[in-house]
Structure formats: structure tokens, C-alpha cells
Design a protein around this ligand. Structure first.
Ligand code: FES
Ligand SMILES: [Fe+2]
Length: 428
């Protein structure tokens, strides 16, 4: 059966074919047109503070070592030996002077340069080691400590790529004098679903809460989202959802974290800390953003930020029907250790691999993938038309803005996705 990208997503992206989530040919185009061309999240500077520190990462299915060089610089190299392709780093994270390949023991510096070839003493022709380092990710940039890499040497600078999403990210990241910290190793788990399903959910789908998560999300919380909620698209594929609290809201209603388990059950120490953060918020991020109480964000193509339970997540594809989900707990860098621990427990309870909301979300992603793979239903694309054309510019909020029920965040994502796939379609 032939497949044309233009037939998968209609002009206004209100109708989207099931094949977008299930077809091998679509996935091959995504690798070239999206993962080969975008800025992809690698990690946070707090994970590699000291020279020699490293963590594992992925760019789509390509394994990456993210490291802090002896010169203090940030390096991202493909974790594959220049000799026969084995991974030279097996640990998830650590500190080292050398990565040593297990097969023939070629060794690489923490910056990825080839240092020694044990066998070369026995041959006459010496290989040029300067040409045989690990393959470096051609573009690596950081913003607010968040490190991204791109395989596209000509990609626009990271700051421009993030664009006005920086305004919304800063509403959280700038609340804390020392910024944020990623704590612990990421949780990682595999789902039988397409990588775009978690992405779309967290880009703007906050309206399923009252239904899918009715066991845990009280009706008042969902009513508040409907009353005070905003959905924003800054650039197609980037989006944010949040509540904008009324100016006269009591501090306990306004403060981030208070409505989570940490806030509810953490006792005076945690509650006083969260109130203190909120009390300084206007000074740090301005009056408007101090009133923002974030829900979920998405950064194109596959990074999500769950503000409410403070987690960054990356949806790593493993084929059209499998995703390896990575999820980090994020805490204010200058919070006392006991509070960091409580916040991490809060994150795990909701959005760790066994978190109650994560479990419910994962179930629907798997079910949607099954629905996207069935036969005899290609004439019934999914309907993405809710709120079509109702998003508008806003006097104070950058981007296009609408109510949270408007599915424009997904339409913009899939319009960009379609255009980027079409740009490489002829190559297959
Ligand atoms: S494969 Fe790495 S040293 Fe031979
Ligand atoms: Fe959910």
C-alpha cells in the first residue's frame, strides 16, 4: 500500500490518520526529518558537575555519552567504538578518566578522543588516532543548565529554537536562586506505544484529568483547570498549560507544590518552604508569572515538563510500536536535602513508573497504539478538530492562547510534523 505524508494529516490537521502512530515507513521518515533535524534533550548540567562526570543519554535510538571534560566543557559523543561499534561506556552514570572498550580495549578520554590502541605496538603502520575518536554530536548547546544536542550542523541556535517557550519555562526555572537540579538517576521503562503518544498527552491534553484520573483528581481541581486554565502554543510543537491564579488568591492556593502529596502531607517544614518560594516569586519572575501554576509543557519533538509534580521526561522511540520513557525528578537546587527527598517521593508517587497518574496514562497510550494499528479502519482518521481556529494572540502571554479544551496544541504539532516529514519524503 502506498503512503504519502500529505494523506496522513489534512491541511488544518483536524483529521489524522491512524498510520501516523503505527507505520514503519512513517517511523523511518521521522528519524530523518525530525530526530536528525531537531534539538534533542540530553541532560542537565547538575548531572555532570565535575570534570570526568558522565551520564548516558539517547538521541532517538542512538546511544550518547554526555560528559564534563577535563577542561570543564560539555561533550556529547555517540557511545560506539570506532573499531567495531561496541558501546565503550556501560555504566549509566559515573566519573572516569577513560572509557575502555571491552572487546580490544581501545580507550577514549572523557571528551571522546581516542587515547590508546593496545595492538598498535605490534604493527608497523600506526593508525592516526586523532581521526578515530568517538563520533561527536555536531551541535551541543545549553540553556538554563538544560543540555541539548543536534545531528544537524546547520540547525538554528538553541535559544531561537526554544523561542518564547523560554518565557514559560522561566516561570518555573527562575523561581529558585540557584535554579533546578535533576536528582537521582532517571526512571526508565518501556511501553508498547508510539513515542508521540506521551508527547501529545503532555503537550496540552489536561482535559482527560477529570475522566481518566477521576480516582485521584478531585472535581474541584478539574473545575479550577476549566476556570483558570490556559493552553499556549509558542511555536508549533512547543506548548504550555497552566492556571493563572487570581491576584487575591491565598498563598496556599497560589504556591507551586502545595496541592501535591508533598504539600499536603509534608508537614510544616515543606509547607513553609513552598510558601517562602511563592512569597519571592513575583520578585524573581514578575507579577504575571508568579501567578502561574503550571500543569504540563512540551518541547518539540519529545521533551515534556510536568510542572505540577516537577519532572522532565523524554520519549525515546524504539520503533513505531515501542517507547523507552525516561523520567527525572527535578528539585530546586538550593532546597534543604530533606525537602528534595520529599519532593522526589511526591514525583514518584504520581509520575514515577509506578505513579498512579503515570499508570493510568500509560494504559491509554498502549490502548491508543493498539487502536492505531487495527485493520479496516483507515477511512476513519482521528478527529483533532476541537476548538478549530479559536486560538488567538494574547496581550500578556506570548504565543497563541486558548482554553485547555482546544486541541490546537496537537494540530500545530502535527502540522509541523507533517511538513518536516514531507521535506524528506522523497529520500525514501
Ligand atoms: S570493538 Fe572496541 S576495541 Fe575493538
Ligand atoms: Fe494523565
Amino acid at each position: 500500500m502506498s503512503l504519502r505524508v500529505s494523506e496522513l494529516v489534512n491541511e488544518d490537521a483536524s483529521l489524522i490518520s491512524r498510520r501516523c502512530w503505527s507505520d514503519e515507513r512513517v517511523y523511518a521518515l521521522e528519524k530523518l526529518g525530525i530526530f536528525g533535524k531537531s534539538w534533542l534533550f540530553l541532560g542537565h548540567e547538575s548531572q555532570i558537575k565535575q570534570p570526568g562526570d558522565f551520564v548516558q543519554a539517547y538521541m532517538c535510538e542512538t546511544p550518547i555519552i554526555l560528559s564534563r571534560g577535563q577542561d570543564g566543557g560539555i561533550y556529547a559523543n555517540i557511545n560506539s567504538c570506532s573499531h567495531r561499534g561496541l558501546p565503550v561506556c556501560r555504566a549509566d552514570h559515573g566519573n572516569t578518566k577513560r572509557f575502555v572498550c571491552p572487546y580490544h580495549n581501545w580507550s577514549y578520554s572523557v571528551e571522546g578522543n581516542l587515547m590508546t590502541i593496545p595492538q598498535e605496538t605490534e604493527v608497523v603502520q600506526k593508525p592516526d588516532k586523532s581521526q578515530l575518536g568517538l563520533k561527536r554530536v555536531p551541535r551541543v548547546e545549553a540553556w538554563r543548565g538544560m543540555i541539548f544536542g543536534s545531528f544537524d550542523e546547520a540547525i538554528i541556535p538553541l535559544g531561537d529554537y526554544l523561542g518564547d517557550m523560554r518565557f514559560y519555562l522561566d516561570a518555573f526555572l527562575n523561581r529558585f536562586p540557584q535554579g533546578i537540579e535533576f536528582i537521582g538517576a532517571p526512571h526508565r521503562w518501556v511501553l508498547n506505544a508510539n513515542w508521540k503518544l506521551p508527547v501529545e498527552n503532555q503537550l496540552g491534553d489536561v482535559n482527560h484529568g477529570a475522566f481518566l484520573h477521576s480516582s485521584i483528581i478531585p472535581k474541584e481541581a478539574q473545575d479550577m483547570i476549566e476556570r483558570l486554565g490556559y493552553s499556549v502554543v509558542t511555536t508549533p510543537g512547543h506548548g504550555a498549560t497552566f492556571r493563572l491564579m487570581p491576584e487575591d488568591s491565598p498563598i496556599d492556593e497560589m504556591a507551586w507544590g502545595m496541592e501535591g502529596m508533598a504539600g499536603m502531607f509534608g508537614g510544616d517544614e515543606v509547607q513553609n518552604y513552598l510558601r517562602e518560594v511563592q512569597a519571592q516569586a513575583a520578585e524573581r519572575v514578575g507579577d504575571l508569572r508568579a501567578r502561574m501554576k503550571g500543569l504540563t509543557y512540551g518541547i518539540y519533538p519529545n521533551l515534556s515538563f510536568l510542572w505540577s509534580n516537577t519532572s522532565f521526561k523524554v520519549s525515546h522511540p524504539r520503533g513505531p510500536g515501542k517507547v523507552e520513557y525516561w523520567s527525572w525528578s527535578v528539585v530546586p537546587a538550593d532546597a534543604p536535602g530533606s525537602i528534595k527527598k520529599t519532593l522526589r517521593t511526591n514525583y514518584s508517587s504520581f509520575f514515577g513508573p509506578a505513579g498512579i497518574l503515570e499508570q493510568e496514562d500509560a494504559e491509554v497510550w498502549v490502548q491508543q497504539f493498539i487502536g492505531s494499528n487495527i485493520d479496516f479502519a483507515d477511512d476513519r482518521p482521528y478527529y483533532y478538530g476541537l476548538g478549530l481556529g479559536e486560538e488567538k494572540p494574547h496581550a500578556e502571554l506570548p504565543g497563541l492562547v486558548s482554553v485547555t479544551a482546544n486541541e490546537f496544541y496537537a494540530r500545530h504539532f502535527f502540522s509541523r510534523w507533517r511538513d518536516e516529514l514531507q521535506a524528506v519524503e522523497e529520500m525514501l
